[in-house]
Write a protein of this length. Sequence first.
Length: 447
Amino acid sequence: MTPVAIYARYSTDKQDARSIDDQLRRCREYAKHHDQEVVAEFTDAATSGAHTERINLRRMLDVATATKRPPFKAVIVDDLSRLSRDLGDTWRIIFTDLVTVDIRVIDASTGMASDANGARTMFAAMAMVNDTFLQLVRHETHRGLQGRAIAGFSTGGSLYGFTTFEEENPTDREHPRKMWAIDETEAEVVRRIYRMFDQGSHGYRAIADALNREGVPAPRNNGRGGKHGGGWGHSSVRAILMNEKYIGRWRWNATKWVRVPGRRARRQLQRPESEHVVREYPELAITDRGTWDRIQEKLGRRKERGTHGDALRIGQRTYMLSGLLRCGVWRPDVGERSEGQQRRSLRVVRVHGACVARRFDLPEHHDDQREEADRRLPRLREARSPDAPQRDEAARRRVQRTRGHEDHDRPRRSRAEAQGCGGTGRKRDAPDGRDAGRPPPPASAGG
């Protein structure tokens, strides 16, 4: 008898869980009538077929491809849509993942196997039908939500500061629509956030810290806030400050979600302005328009400066090639590891396009790299503006002072040894006895 596996799935928790049992029963009957032995059964309950990140589907594929001799020679499904409703995923699972280990897929409803003559055409047509059904469901769902948004009803989800209630006398009593209303307790917290930021004395993190200290319940997660129950976070404060629903302007269909192929993850994309559904509801405004305008102007200035974090934080300077270049000597993107696998870090000081590195607990053999960095600096200075050398010299002195403090932790060496090898990272002494990397001392008053 040919060993086979069975895969069954149903889509949502609103469907009958007995669907799994029915699928397994029909697949077992098919296997029995075709002299096949069921050696494994894989089921995914209440899981969409629009993606392949399903626990038991992945387990089935792992078992099938783990060895050169898989434990089964075929996978039976009640119909092809149970395997996947996405056209690309269906083709990849059947004709890429499983065919490479000589496992065929059998549709018990039609009796078609993936290795039969004309199977690719038949399976492609069936997969296109399943994919078309999926797109049709998405379109119908989107159209229904659009009608609710236009009529002023909730389209789902939750929003801090608001609550929902069912409409009176619904036309469809089995599926009543919901309307938005202000939750005064949470709305007062929202107003407080707007006041604190508008006064200019608190940034995102400061506001979040103040709310956490007072034990104010955070949005979602049963009042604990965040994915890990950490209370208020700066991102939650920022989202509240930028949400125009708090001034009574409700916008729907501004974005859309596109699923990443083969995964459950989705990517958010912006829709054209012409597709947005915008409605004004003054009775749902929590803050006034003047406060909103001042805060948005402040957020706009912060965005132009490229700042993040607290409101009073100074903007970070960026350069044209920031984040794109790595020093050929120091490579700060690579960490050092000692024998005990304790990570050592490298920090880089930027000197107007040049790179002067500072070491933190680095071994002796890095001295030659410091000399290499010092050797390259003159060539780098040639391509810079005329007013840069004064700033560079000040930066170099700061770096040398830092090295001097760090050298206290290193074993002292003889003066002759230091002059001979430049172990502290300085250049060899000049002929007149002064350090070439250090400016000459000022002349005395007597000349």
